[in-house]
Design a binder for this molecule. Sequence first.
Ligand SMILES: N[C@@H](CCC(=O)N[C@@H](CS)C(=O)NCC(=O)O)C(=O)O
Length: 373
Amino acid sequence: MGTHRFGRIGALLLGVVLLTAACTRGDDDEAEQQPTGQTAQEPAPAESLLQTVIDRGTLRCGVNNTVPGFGFETAEGQIEGFDIDFCKAIAAAVFATDSPEEGTHYELIPVDADARFNALRAGEFDVLVRNTTWTSSRDGAEGVSFAHPNFYDGQAILAPENDFGSLEELDGASICVTTGTTTELNLADYFASRDLTFEPVVLEDYEVIFEAFRQNRCDAVTGDRSALQGLLPLWEEDVPNLTIFDDVISKEPLAPGVLDGDDEWFDVVNMVVNGIILAEELGVSQDNVDQEIQSPSDPFVGALLGVPVQEGEELGLGFDPGIGIDPTFMQFVLGAVGNYADIWELHLTPLGHERGINALWTDGGIQYAIPFR
Ligand SMILES: N[C@@H](CCC(=O)N[C@@H](CS)C(=O)NCC(=O)O)C(=O)O
């Protein structure tokens, strides 16, 4: 067991104080405050956000800037990562450009876990692309429509490797967790279901969590495995010999989200995510997209790229799914960020993320895009 600077009682009190001070059930509390039968969603907008974004000329994405690999601010002040590329991809699709530029075609608006759904409802951004788990209450009472998950994640626990041999040994430990997350709720359920106890130390973000962990105010930290894995090398610079247990505490399908009630905008976001995954399956990448545009390998590729390949299509009419943007939108998306494997290799492979269940269904995983047809 880890050493406590304040001891068990201190940690417990801290947990209680923080639980009281913070909006601990976060988005779920907020949803519960709605009168029965009503949802937290704003009235439907007069026009689709698609038109608003086109008129504005800039897409606004709500993002994370503290999770390495997914959305992380570099020393140069640039926010980069896997989720950020999905934001760029949507901008590429909407503005028909294969070089979307920050500040022109898209803006990245960092938002923390607890504020994200209120900010989405308040119209602070057009799409939330921030390691956000699709759950029933977020889909329902919170008024969010989730696109196809761009990353299937699971919750994990990180601790000093010499302190605990297994999750069971964390019985009675203090665990740092971010407020307003599924993580916070799952932790309580997981421990209760195994008759284990723990002392929650509920904090607002990873920066504060790491400080608490470094000062022995919590024995372990829980979060999405994707996030913990990215943070581990950074944290080990200060606290060596950390481990992430293999146990999977929960399912965390992470997906971009938009406000309910705007099918046109939802379709654009959802079809971009699907197109990126389908492109990997069809073998169309950032490297070969130009060649595939000139001469598609097969009709499926032609349909993905909006390029005519069939008899009778000589007049230049390619397949159009009719989602309100140029039917060649995937040409721009692939030119800008590439397919799912391209994005993964750029941002996640260097951090040691294995594809695992995020492999394509054809490779033994569960990533499965709808057909473009
Ligand atoms: N996927 C989970 C967790 C998302 C989340 O916000 N995770 C926290 C930590 S597990 C995070 O990314 N925090 C960023 C930060 O701490 O700055 C959810 O949607 O509730």
